[in-house]
Ligand binder design. Structure first.
Ligand code: IYR
Length: 226
């Protein structure tokens, strides 16, 4: 290390190098584990300790974000009355979508997944976690100014949340009630926060079934130039 070691605001990177064998083994194991993740629409009402939800949120919060603004709020709800209110509002919006607004091309790809406007997962799962994206931040003097790449930042955070939930042996669903402005009203979030995903978290129902989906192969999703 040379000059600049003492640059204020910077610390040394903590990086532990792995052996080539360990890298490959860990990469394979992680891939195998993640390939067993499935989005679940049927949840058991079995309780899940709050600490697990907190850990999933903390893991999500390790995501990189534009200018490190961390433009997200995760609102976790286990309160049964609140879940009922959210379910009723989500179903009212979804009913309009499924019974009228859904374009034919969208219906073509959605039908095989077996979704409909009934959202029992919102009341069945012990927790629902709503991810709000911040479009603005408050500066020191109280003035509001933009966040940057908040969509990307929150997308990455959601991915880490989903991986954390899978890793702890639970399951989740990326539910996108549309439009979802009602979540801000019900959960009392400020105007610059925008609900982006509603994720029930819990154990799958004992009779949970999932569509027989295939994931695209490496060749279909990538291209390498060497
Ligand atoms: N938001 C609706 C519809 C829906 C849309 C897509 I794209 C999905 O992958 C699944 C559902 C709903 O949550 O039912």
């Amino acid at each position: 290390m040379g000059e600049g070691d003492d640059e204020p605001g910077f610390i040394e990177l903590a990086f532990e190098e792995l052996s080539s064998e360990d890298m490959l083994e860990r990469a394979r194991e992680f891939h195998t584990q993640m390939s067993q993740r499935r989005t679940t629409r049927h949840f058991s009402a079995r309780e899940v300790p709050r600490e697990l939800i907190e850990l999933a949120v903390r893991t999500a919060g390790t995501a990189p974000s534009g200018a490190h603004l961390q433009p997200w709020t995760f609102v976790a709800v286990s309160n049964p009355e609140l879940k009922v209110r959210i379910r009723e509002a989500a179903e009212a919006e979804e009913k309009k979508f499924y019974e009228g607004r859904m374009p034919e091309a969208w219906e073509e790809v959605l039908t095989p997944l077996g979704t409909d406007y009934v959202k029992e997962h919102i009341t069945d799962a012990p927790w629902i976690v709503v991810l709000f994206r911040h479009s603005q931040r408050e500066r020191a003097g109280g003035e509001m100014s933009p966040t940057y790449y908040a969509q990307e930042s929150c997308g990455i955070a959601a991915g880490l949340f989903i991986a954390a939930v899978h890793n702890m042996g639970l399951t989740t669903l990326t539910h996108t009630p549309s439009p979802m402005g009602f979540l801000r009203d019900i959960l009392g979030r400020p105007d610059h926060e925008h609900a982006m995903l509603l994720m029930p978290v819990g154990y799958p129902a004992e009779d949970a079934r999932v569509p027989d989906l295939k994931r695209k192969g490496l060749d279909e999703v990538s291209e390498f130039f060497e």
